[in-house]
Design a protein around this ligand. Structure first.
Ligand code: GRF
Length: 206
């Protein structure tokens, strides 16, 4: 069976990128092939990780383009060239335009470190911690044209213990992310996800 050519978009540390590549290399994501890392930040640690893992990287500096459309057209060129059919956002710190999202409808997924719709935005773990929630978590969702929004694929809760620090909570959340994202990709690649535009049903689950 042909593998799903996947591009990971990332801007930073790349721990989710690494977790996904490891899951593939140890054989638990058989239907998927990471064809490309797309990165908008040349000094991001994810770039070095990709190099070490021998994964083709496309560095696209948005400052060198006349605007978002030009920037995204450049990316689309690479996606087409590499026959990409799944885009995995893993800490990509940029909103994609509605037309880009439309072009890849139901083929862009994102991971967010909270139980959406709570605590959207860049500082979700800290915001939840500062708010004093007892439970937070991780969400994997299809991407639509709103930030941290779109049909939910998987969610997993993470308890905030009594003596929890922000850094221990961050660690717990990232550990959950590194399991949940490969699982969501596995469901996608096994054709197990059905979306009706707002909701996702996972075949063979409740
Ligand atoms: C993760 O917490 C993810 O949920 C969020 O950005 C962070 C990326 O971390 N969207 P990393 O670069 O994968 O380590």
């Amino acid at each position: 069976m042909a593998k799903i050519n996947t591009a990971v978009f990332a801007s930073g540390r790349g721990s989710n990128f690494l977790a996904i590549v490891k899951a593939i290399r140890k054989g638990s994501l058989k239907g998927v092939n990471i064809s490309l890392l797309v990165c908008d930040n040349p000094s991001a640690p994810v770039v070095y990780k990709a190099k070490k893992l021998n994964i083709k990287t496309v560095l696209i500096n948005p400052d060198l383009y006349g605007g978002r459309e030009e920037f995204e057209n450049k990316i689309t060129g690479y996606l087409k060239e590499n026959k990409i059919s799944l885009i995995v956002l893993a800490g990509f710190m940029r909103m994609l335009s509605p037309s880009f999202v439309r072009a890849y409808k139901n083929r862009i997924i994102n991971i967010h470190p909270s139980l959406l719709p709570a605590f959207k935005g860049r500082q979700a773990i800290k915001d939840a911690f500062d708010f004093g929630v007892k439970v937070t978590g991780v969400t994997v969702h299809f991407v639509d044209d709103r930030m941290d929004h779109g049909p939910v694929i998987l969610q997993k809760e993470v308890r905030v213990d009594k003596d929890e620090s922000l850094s221990s909570l961050e660690e717990k959340i990232h550990r959950v992310e590194h399991k949940l994202y490969p699982l969501a990709i596995k469901l996608f690649s096994g054709n197990r996800l059905r979306t009706n535009g707002r909701k996702v049903a996972i075949k063979g689950s409740r």
